[in-house]
Design a protein around this ligand. Structure first.
Ligand code: ACM
Ligand code: ZN
Length: 551
């Protein structure tokens, strides 16, 4: 029989049998590992157990718990009844309860939960939706992996170890990025991506949906963004920048599909942070609206990877009208407090020659200095103007660490990607920071040094041990640490064209990332993590049908 958790028998075989000290140890294979775990003796049998929920729990959380009860009923092939009885707290006070109990505990933080399991009952306490959600994710990893399956498993008992868990995350922002611009992934794959993020308690998906190689979000006021900008005339082959496979490529998400994905993510406790990358990485938009570029075009959706020097013209007022219109529709689609405005890799060669850009520089009285060129300060002007527009609409900006070049207005959040130095600098200056250093968090890098055994990747070397070993507070003093909102890994898809390849680059590195995001420094242990991956997480991937790299 397949056990739900590992019973490791530590027997010293070298010692004579009479002296052999036999010790059994229950191991909890939950990833990310909870903050506090106290293991008891025995098990709780969930098959057929009743669900009892506190009436004080909000309707959305109750639905979530009901779904968990239904899943239990389905996989067990036995009914787990669901009720919200009055006087539940009194029943608990007697200590004579049986079954599952979900209770509201307003003293907990919004992402915090506790689980207390003895032989008769499993008691979950949380204050809010994400707390209940994470408790359920933990419960699923405590029992038979068939809890994730689409098949009825009447032979399984769905036992849970007797255990007390108290848990809450280290960081509030636990992100995973997805580039759907270089390659387009259908709605179902985006949802599958979100599903596995939720298993590991990530709560932000940074969605990169515009770039030189394709504009992927329907904007009603600018139909050519998708009619023209969502399709490219072929794609370079492998690493040959002079090649083209001759296959027209593209796709985009309609506004209805975006709303559907945003709602789907919200049920998984995930906020989608959209990125409209500006003022560089804009060839998709320029192909449809060439008047927004310095030269007026013509432009085409790019068929190769890299950094294009064809960028938006901030000398022209229409450019700002365009950006504000686009961002207005983006704000309607995405309730996220943060809107990512890119800001990375914006060459200034066109701006240096453009009469409109130079006139803007003059009119603003911008002057280059020993630190930055006038054109870099012009990008700061773009950032500040868009930041003000979004702030006026109740939103905040995130930008890649290039937004530090020049001047940055208070209230911006910096995403440190060129190593950790942008994060170190920004936090010292008092800006909030999300750490996504390419040295630890770029999942488009190779997972092994044996590149010939791996699918084609952009380069680099980022094995799972390296991801796991990342400590976001290294090199930061106490006041800087307070500005670290969290950690995110990025998955750029220049060389990733299929869902199978995407999942392979994501997993299992995202599981390692989840412990960087969730666990306190002292709660991490690569040996424990690796064993749990092999004992439980690989089985979850197999059951749910994800492609992944074994280690
Ligand atoms: C980036 O990787 N260009 C942010
Ligand atoms: Zn210009």
């Amino acid at each position: 029989m397949r056990q739900f958790f590992r019973l490791i028998v530590l027997a010293c075989l070298l010692v004579p049998a009479t002296l052999a000290a036999k010790k059994t140890e229950t191991v909890i294979n939950v990833i990310p590992y909870p903050q506090s775990v106290e293991i008891g003796k025995g098990t709780f049998k969930a098959a057929g157990a009743n669900f009892n929920c506190d009436q004080a729990i909000d309707a959305k959380s109750l639905n979530l718990i009901r779904e968990f009860a239904s899943r239990m009923t389905f996989v067990c092939g036995r009914t787990n009844s669901f009720a919200t009885p009055v006087g539940l707290q009194k029943v608990l006070a007697t200590g004579k309860m049986k079954g599952f109990f979900f209770l509201k505990d307003a003293s907990k933080g919004p992402e915090e939960y506790s689980i207390d399991i003895n032989k008769k009952s499993c008691v979950v306490r949380a204050a809010a939706y994400n707390g209940f959600l994470y408790a359920i994710q933990t419960l699923k990893q405590l029992t038979d992996v068939e809890i994730f399956s689409e098949q009825v498993n009447p032979s399984q008992k769905f036992l849970f170890p007797c255990v007390s868990i108290k848990d809450k995350p280290r960081f509030g922002y636990r992100g995973m990025h997805l580039d759907c611009a270089r390659h387009f992934f259908p709605v179902e794959e985006v949802k599958k991506y979100l599903d596995i993020m939720a298993v590991y308690k990530l709560n932000r998906m940074h969605w990169h949906i515009t770039d030189d190689q394709g504009w992927r979000v329907e904007i009603k006021k600018y139909p050519k963004l998708t009619q023209v900008g969502a399709y490219r005339n072929g794609t370079m082959v492998g690493k040959n920048f002079r090649s083209n496979d001759g296959v027209r490529y593209g796709g985009y998400y309609t506004q209805d599909q975006i709303k559907d994905i945003v709602d789907y993510a919200a049920n998984l406790g995930i906020t989608i942070v959209p990125e409209i990358d500006l003022p560089g990485h804009m060839m998709g938009a320029l192909a449809g609206y060439p008047e927004l570029g310095c030269s007026g075009g013509p432009y085409e959706v790019w068929t190769i990877w890299g950094v294009s020097d064809k960028v938006l013209c901030p000398g022209k007022e229409e450019t700002f009208k365009f950006l504000e219109d686009v961002l207005t529709e983006i704000m309607d689609l995405f309730p996220s407090e943060y809107i990512h405005i890119g800001g990375d890799e914006c060459p200034k060669t066109e701006w240096e020659k453009c009469p409109d850009c130079q006139a803007r520089i003059k009119a603003l009285g911008i002057k280059g200095d020993s630190k930055h060129t006038a054109e870099q300060y012009l990008q700061s002007y773009v950032t500040a103007r868009i930041q003000k527009f979004l702030n006026d609409h109740g939103r905040k900006i995130i930008g890649w660490d290039e937004i530090l070049e020049g001047e940055l207005a208070p209230g911006a959040t910096v995403m440190s990607w060129r190593g950790v130095k942008g994060g170190v600098q920004a936090s010292a200056m008092g800006f909030d920071v999300i750490m996504t250093p390419n040295t630890y968090c770029y999942f488009d890098y190779y997972q092994s040094k044996e590149q010939d055994k791996e699918p084609l990747a952009i380069g680099g070397h980022l094995p799972i041990e390296q991801v796991y070993g990342y400590e976001p507070f290294d090199g930061l003093d106490g006041s800087q640490q307070k500005h670290i909102l969290g950690v995110q890994a990025n998955l750029w898809t220049e060389y990733i064209a299929t869902p199978e390849h995407l999942e392979y680059m994501l997993l299992p590195r995202m599981s390692a990332l989840s412990e960087v995001q969730w666990c306190q420094r002292e709660g991490k242990d690569f040996e424990r993590f690796s064993a749990a991956m092999r004992a439980e997480s690989f089985k979850i991937f197999d059951t749910l049908g994800y492609n992944y790299r074994k280690f």
